[in-house]
Write a new protein. Sequence first.
Length: 136
Amino acid sequence: MSDLTFSPWVKLFDGAQLQSGLIPDAAEVGVYALAVFLEKVPRGAAHALSREIIYFGMTQRQSFKKRMYQFERAAIKGIKEHAGGITYRQRYGNAGQNLWIATYPLEGDCIIETRARLISDYQRAYNENPKCNLNG
């Protein structure tokens, strides 16, 4: 599973990038990874086992943009719309300047299984969950 080819990393709370279409819109659903990069952000497709990943999420009915809007409201404003966003706020405060997203569009029942497998692969690689995936 760690061989999935995610999109390149996109700065999450940068409205210009969100509006440019770098994060899929419309009916795009699937899994996504959030990472905190304190230094250089890798170019090209994001690697599914990047140590900087703090959260693997999924969306089945909403677009990636809608889900990230909910994450942002939870992380920055504390509105309880996204469990990962609330956990991010508790662990990192409400500053998202180093937060990046990579997406992997999928459809159907495999979305839940793919997210679970990504978390499991991360656990095997680092002997811990991503920091904002509390329950695996």
